[in-house]
Design a protein around this ligand. Sequence first.
Ligand code: 5GP
Ligand code: ZN
Length: 117
Amino acid sequence: MPGEPQDDCLFCKIVEGHVPATIVRETETTVAFRDINPQAPTHVLVIPRAHYPNAAALAAAEPALAADLLLATQEIADEDKLESYRIVFNTGAGAGQTVFHVHAHILGGRGMQWPPG
Ligand code: 5GP
Ligand code: ZN
């Protein structure tokens, strides 16, 4: 079933508390935790508790949950007092997605370049 936990998914295991993470914020529908390999002073991942493989699948199945994810990014940026920050949804292996449970990267606390690598 779409949205159901997947046995082989690292981020479902973090949601279930079976894999430890430094959680910075939780809501009924989302969990946010620090990236294990931070690429900026603030590097937080925000995920829905429900399993969807990428942002488009989430938005198509549960638009209100996609909105929850984006609202959580703003709250985390506010908590870390980030005036500017970048939200990234890597989608597909070619774009660098390695965990196929949708996650927003929030990156901030340093200057950013454009175009991204
Ligand atoms: P992706 O490459 O799929 O866009 O992002 C996956 C992110 O998950 C990477 O930035 C990676 O550092 C992070 N990550 C991988 N394994 C773990 C883990 O066990 N704990 C945490 N907190 N982050 C992880
Ligand atoms: Zn999952």
